[in-house]
Design a protein. Sequence first.
Length: 284
Amino acid sequence: MYLFYFDESGSRDPDVGGNGAPDKDNLYVLLAIGIWEGNWRKLDRAVAHVKLELADYLRRDGKGAYELADCEVKSNWIRNVKEREKKSPFLFNLDGADRERLVKTFFEQLENSRAIIFAVVIDKRYLHEHMTYETLHKKAYELILERIEHFMVEFHPKHNALVIMDDTSRYLNQAVAMKHAFFQRAGNQNVIFRHIIEYPFFTRSELSNGVQLADLCAYNVYRAFKARDFTYSYFEYLLPYFYKRAKQDRLDGLKVWPEGSELIEFARVGWIEYQKKTPPVGRG
């Protein structure tokens, strides 16, 4: 079985402002990291070991006592001092070198766990007016599920896939679960979902190092597209781990939607330029 950890970056709000109103964020990214069931413990233990070591340092220095659930890592807390101070005493009390070490440990697990990445970038400037925060999220979820199914069919046809998501709200969890169940019964216009099992598993992000890794990776994708910088170093670090079909050079694990967005061409050109300076890679 493959475990797919989901998280997001950017706002689900489909309103981007304009027409006299203040501009709002126009990007939303949903990302999934796939790990074979035999490797999830390797990821979890590597990250948990560093968290507990750093928590012990803080305890000895009289800077608080922290359980693992207190040691959650979010991209926003790493980048934003005020958010870190307000929401994460653990991260706030660490020095910069220790925070960098912890984040590096997360990213090292992409290689150590032989992870596979899928991401959907939604350019909200091109959405239809009827789109809501719920339907936006469900569309991104559908597009990622399609790519996960293609991956499973191509590389792991005898295995199944379990979706693990951050427990955000009861209403949204139910909406996603019902959409998931519909796909299980009827598929969609492109795919019959034969490898993705039953319902998503919802968990609190502070309890899942896999979800926290997905959060860090989702921001890197968001940042690259927001700045129109395909060479953003943390994004480039992820590129070898994106799903690519066998004997193909397309970046199949990255989808920009909807059609008409100039970000599609930005991604296409960026990937071509990246390939020119980097040996071909693939992961199955």
